[in-house]
Ligand binder design. Structure first.
Ligand SMILES: C[S@@+](CC[C@H](N)C(=O)[O-])C[C@H]1O[C@@H](n2cnc3c(N)ncnc32)[C@H](O)[C@@H]1O
Length: 221
C-alpha cells in the first residue's frame, strides 16, 4: 500500500482573505470561455441525462470512478455522473472499477466549465459528492481550491445535498466558512468510514491520517 503524508501547509487555519475572495466571486459572474473538449463531453452525455427523468447525482473529481460506481449502487433511483479531467485516471475505470448493473456515466471534463454548462442547461442535483479534491495547500493557491474559485457560485447553484471530504482539516474549515459567506449552514465533522469509497480515502486512512467532511443542503439556483 502507498503510504501518504498529511498535507503540509504554511496555513495554520483558514486563509485570511477567504471571506473577501468568496464574496467577490458571489458578486461577479465567472465569464471565462468554455474549453471545446468540455463542451463536447457535456453535449455527449446531455441526451442521456435529459431524457432519463431520474434524480441526478454528480461525483465531481471522481478520479478512477470507484466512488461513482459505489454511489450508483447506493442510489439505484438516480443517474450518477462521475466527472474528472484526467483521462489517465478515467481510463483505469473499465479495467478495475466498472460495476455492470449500476446506472452511471463518466465524463472527462474540466469542472470549471462543466458545472457552469450544467447550471445553464437547467440541470439540478439531488446529491453532489466532492471527495478529496486537490488541496492546493500553498496560501497563494487559495483560488485553486473549489471554495476559493470563481466557479464556486455555479457549484452552489446546482443544488442538492453536497458532501465534501478531505484529509486536510483546513480545506473543510474553509469550505464551511465559504458556505457561511453564501448563507448556507454546515459544519466540520470527523469522517471515519468502515469501508473506504475511493482510492485516496483508502490511502489516507491506511496511512493513519484523520479525515474530515462537511455536508450541506444547497438550494438550487
Ligand atoms: C486527489 S484526486 C481524488 C480522486 C478521487 N475523488 C479519489 O478520492 O480517489 C483529485 C482529482 O480531482 C481531479 N481534478 C482536479 N481539478 C479538476 C478539474 N478542474 N476538473 C475536473 N477534475 C479535476 C484530478 O484529475 C484528480 O483525479
Amino acid at each position: 500500500m502507498n503510504v501518504s503524508r498529511p498535507v503540509a501547509s504554511p496555513q495554520a487555519g483558514p486563509h485570511e482573505k477567504l471571506a473577501e475572495v468568496v464574496a467577490r466571486h458571489l458578486n461577479h459572474p465567472f465569464l471565462k470561455p468554455y474549453a471545446a473538449h468540455t463542451v463536447a463531453a457535456f453535449e455527449d452525455i446531455r441526451p442521456v441525462v435529459e431524457s432519463g427523468g431520474k434524480p441526478l447525482i454528480f461525483d465531481s473529481c471522481c478520479g478512477v470512478g470507484e466512488s461513482t460506481a459505489w454511489i450508483a449502487r447506493l442510489h439505484p433511483e438516480a443517474l450518477v455522473v462521475g466527472i474528472d479531467q484526467s483521462l489517465h485516471r478515467l481510463d483505469k475505470h473499465d479495467r478495475a472499477y466498472r460495476k455492470g448493473n449500476a446506472d452511471y456515466l463518466l465524463a472527462r471534463a474540466d469542472l470549471n466549465d462543466f458545472w457552469r454548462l450544467a447550471l445553464d442547461a437547467g440541470w439540478r442535483l439531488s446529491r453532489h459528492y466532492l471527495l478529496y479534491p486537490n488541496p492546493w495547500p500553498k496560501p497563494g493557491h487559495l483560488q485553486r481550491r473549489w471554495h476559493g474559485a470563481p466557479v464556486f457560485p455555479a457549484l452552489l447553484g446546482l443544488g442538492g445535498r453536497l458532501e465534501v471530504r478531505s484529509n486536510w482539516k483546513t480545506y473543510i474549515e474553509e469550505f464551511v466558512r465559504a458556505l457561511e459567506v453564501a448563507g448556507v449552514p454546515s459544519a466540520v465533522e470527523p469522517w471515519n468510514p468502515a469501508t473506504p469509497m475511493t482510492p485516496f480515502e483508502r490511502k489516507y486512512q491506511g496511512s493513519g491520517q484523520d479525515l474530515w467532511r462537511c455536508v450541506a443542503e444547497l438550494a438550487s439556483g
